[in-house]
Design a protein around this ligand. Structure first.
Ligand code: SF4
Ligand code: SF4
Length: 76
């Protein structure tokens, strides 16, 4: 029997550079390596499709500079 699985929708990951202090916590914390540091030190979303909506980046950012937008329950 073949079981079809659907992938969850990809979030829009918004980084507010006005609030970000380039601490790198989000880059180090993300279990699926969604972020990399840009040359100027700000985090950049490079693998948004790997995001599992675990919320760690939002929860661990000390400056509330990351927001995940979208419907985490939507099936893509
Ligand atoms: S954890 Fe927050 S403040 Fe630190 S680099 Fe990431 S977005 Fe910026
Ligand atoms: S929600 Fe989790 S998987 Fe998605 S970018 Fe943040 S830390 Fe990474």
């Amino acid at each position: 029997m073949v079981v079809a699985t659907k992938k969850r929708a990809i979030p829009e990951i918004v980084i507010n550079e006005a609030w970000c202090k380039k601490c790198g916590i989000c880059i180090a914390t993300c279990p699926t390596k969604v972020f990399e540091a840009k040359k100027d030190g700000f985090p950049l979303v490079v693998r948004g499709d790997a995001c599992t909506w675990c919320d760690l980046c939002e929860l661990k950012c000390p400056d509330f500079a990351i927001v995940l937008r979208g419907d985490r329950h939507a099936q893509g």
